[in-house]
Each structure stands twice: as C-alpha cells, then as structure tokens.
Design a protein around this ligand. Structure first.
Ligand code: NAP
Ligand code: FE
Length: 367
C-alpha cells in the first residue's frame, strides 16, 4: 500500500440510552440552538423530549419542516430562521433528510445565496455553523459524513454536496431512537446502509482500512436486517452501529454508480432512497462483475451474498421487486434516467468505464 488517507473528525457517541449525554457534551458557549427535524419522527423516536430536557438553560429554535429528500426552498427558509434568531449551532434530528437539511441550513446561515450555487462549485466564504446529528433511522450514515443530499424540484435533479466543513462536530447514535421506525423505513434504510458499504468497498478510493469497515458493515446488515424486522432489539442496535460505520466508509470512499442511478427513481417515482438503491443492486453487481476492474472484490461479495441466499433473494425477502417494470417505471423513461445519471461525479469513482450505452443497458436489463 503506497498511500492511505482516512478522515472522520466527528466525535462519535454510540450506545443505547446515550442520548442522555447530549447536554454534557454540548459546549456551554452555545446559547442559541436550532433543532432541524422532519414533521413527526423527532417526537415519535423520543429524541425531542430527551433533548429538550437537556436544553433548559438555552434558547431553542425549532424548525420541524423538513420533508423527505429535502429541497433548496426548505434550506432557504431554515437558514433565514437561523439568521433571524441568531442560531449558533444546528442539531439535525431524524433520518438522512433532516440531518442533511441541518447541514445545508448551517452552511446557508453563514453564506449567502442558494445551495444550488454551492453544489455547482461556488466556494463557501465562512465556516458553516457547527452541526450535531442525532439519527433516528439506521441508514444514511449522514451523522458521520461530509455529505448532504438535496433535490432540485424545478429541474428534477437529485445530488450530493460534499465539504469537510459540514462534518458534524459530534453525533449521538442511540439505537433506542430507531425502535419506532415503521417496517418500511427500517427495510429501506437498512438496505441503503448495505449499499453504502458495498459501494465504498468497490470504490476507486477504497483502502484496506476502509475495506475492513465496509465488509464488517455488510456482514452485520445482512446478518441482522431480517431479525430487526421481528423487532429484535439487539439486531436493531447492530444495524444502528453498522449504518454508522458504513457512513464512515462512504465518508472516505464515496458512493458509486448505484446511488447515482437510484436518484431518478426517487425524483420521478417517489421511491424511497434506500429502496431505489435496493431495486438496482443486483443489476449493479452484475454490471461490476462484467465491466469493473475489481472483479476479485465482486467475487468476495458474491461469497457473502451466497451465505445469505443470494443478493436478489435477500432483497426480494423484504417485498421489494428488483424489476423496474414492477416498480411503476416504464421503458420510455430510460433515456431521461441515463441523461440524469451520466453526469454524476459518482461515476468517476466507479471502477469501470461507463458510456451512455452501458448505462442504457444497465437500466434496460432491470425490466
Ligand atoms: P428520511 O427521509 O429522513 O425519513 C423517512 C421517513 O421515516 C420519514 O417519514 C420520517 O418521518 C420517518 N422516520 C424517521 N425516523 C423515524 C423513527 N425513528 N420513527 C418513526 N418514523 C421515522 O429517511 P432516510 O432514509 O434516513 O434519509 C434519506 C435521505 O438521506 C435521502 O435524501 C438520501 O438521499 C439522503 N442520504 C444522505 C446521505 C449522507 O451521507 N448525507 C447518505 C445516503 C442518503 P419524519 O418525516 O417525520 O422525519
Ligand atoms: Fe444512501
């Protein structure tokens, strides 16, 4: 190994009941705190009640307006509130949507303009407000990544923003906050975490250290997702841990073609993010087997899949069809999906040459 880089500046506080350590972890200098959340999960998970009790001596500003797959408009509204109320720190509570929105709001609270400009390469002038993340799903890993994913509702484009300045300063990963997830959220987010670990493992940015984390996460997720659905607490706790470490893996190696190809399914058909990835996952593995420069790695993954009855069977077990035709998508849409996907940076770190023709075939083969 010639070179190795690994960077996670976020302090990680993992464990059941550890949400109670929030108050003591938060620096006393922060007096005006803004909470960014979705509409209900911050309460359903129990996080809000527990956090509020520890913020009694501080000013709390609540922004509970984040929809799934947050858009730019939401960020502008949140940032305006943050500026008006002089927020000094932003806490994202919820799944990836509120955690990502917290990062975007933190950036726009100190920098002018629209998130769209920064996603197109505009430099930030000032550090974003510090962000703290408290996940209530076991999926995105946003609590340990420098990424935030947003949707442009006008152009129907979904994509990620990456900047080390939006790494959370600390994150509390308390598995008890995930127990209230409905089955579909549990399945979709667990499968999202699985794809993170798989893609990080196959990435051109992968390193032996990152691979250890990725493989560990894959084994935990495949070994525990079914039991989690039976509401076995230990299995759910392991998923919280695995999604976090899968987040560390993508923080260092990124996501690939699979994530990019899944975005149009969410934007055009409202298919939840993790589910969209899962639908395309078997095709992605086939594609990598045929086209990639990392065939030995694909074979190793296939060995793990075999222990769990095969990857397609694993996904089908959760009631997810891996055919686009059975997910409400028609073949006429392939060209649009190809145009949206071919421009994504994720393709640059996918270890295969991918032409438009390849991408067309990739989608077509999933019908
Ligand atoms: P989500 O969109 O945050 O939430 C999905 C649904 O689950 C919402 O209805 C939410 O309710 C509900 N929910 C969440 N936690 C719950 C709980 N404990 N109890 C009951 N309901 C709960 O889902 P997600 O899959 O975690 O996040 C997806 C987003 O993250 C996508 O935009 C995706 O692109 C992005 N993402 C980001 C990264 C990254 O590194 N930053 C990586 C991968 C994906 P509420 O609406 O009430 O909150
Ligand atoms: Fe994801």
């Amino acid at each position: 190994m010639k070179k190795l880089d690994f960077y996670i500046p976020t302090k990680i506080i993992y464990g059941k009941g550890r949400i109670k350590e929030f108050g003591e972890t938060l620096d006393k200098k922060f007096k005006n705190i803004m909470i960014v959340s979705g509409k209900t999960s911050y309460k359903k998970s129990g996080a809000y009640e527990k956090i509020s009790a520890q913020l009694k001596d501080r000013e709390v500003i609540l922004f509970d307006k984040v929809n799934e797959n947050p858009d730019f408009e939401t960020l502008l509204r949140g940032a305006e509130l943050a500026r008006n109320r002089k927020a000094e720190l932003i806490i994202g509570i919820g799944g990836g949507s509120p955690m990502d929105a917290a990062k975007g709001i933190a950036l726009l609270a100190t920098n002018d303009g629209n998130m769209k400009d920064y996603m197109r390469g505009k430099e930030i002038k000032k550090n974003p407000l510090p962000v703290v993340c408290i996940p209530t799903t076991s999926g995105t890993g946003s609590e340990v990544t420098p990424y935030a994913v947003f949707t442009d509702s006008d152009t129907k484009d979904k994509g990620g923003y990456a900047n080390p300045s939006i790494f959370p300063v600390f994150s509390i990963i308390d598995p008890e906050l995930t127990y209230s997830m409905p089955d579909d959220v549990l399945i979709n987010t667990g499968l999202d975490a699985l794809t993170h670990a798989l893609e990080a493992y196959l990435s051109t940015k992968a390193t032996p250290l990152n691979d250890l984390i990725s493989i560990h996460a894959i084994e935990i997720i495949m070994g525990n997702l079914k039991d989690s659905l039976k509401r076995e607490k230990e299995a759910m706790d392991r998923l919280s841990y695995a999604s976090m470490i899968a987040g560390m893996a993508i923080a260092n190696a990124g996501t690939l073609l699979l994530h990019a190809a899944g975005y149009p399914l969410t934007v055009y058909h409202q298919i939840p993010h993790g589910r969209a990835n899962a639908i395309l996952l078997p095709a992605f593995i086939e594609f990598m087997k045929e086209k990639s420069e990392v065939k030995a790695k694909v074979e190793l993954l296939e060995g793990i899949f075999k222990e769990h009855g095969g990857i397609r069977e694993f996904i089908n077990y959760f009631g997810i069809s891996t055919k686009l035709s059975e997910n409400g998508i028609s073949e006429d849409e392939i060209n649009t999906f190809v145009e949206k996907t071919i421009v994504k940076k994720n393709l640059k770190i996918t270890p295969a040459r991918i032409s438009k023709k390849d991408l067309f075939k990739f989608y077509k083969d999933t019908f």
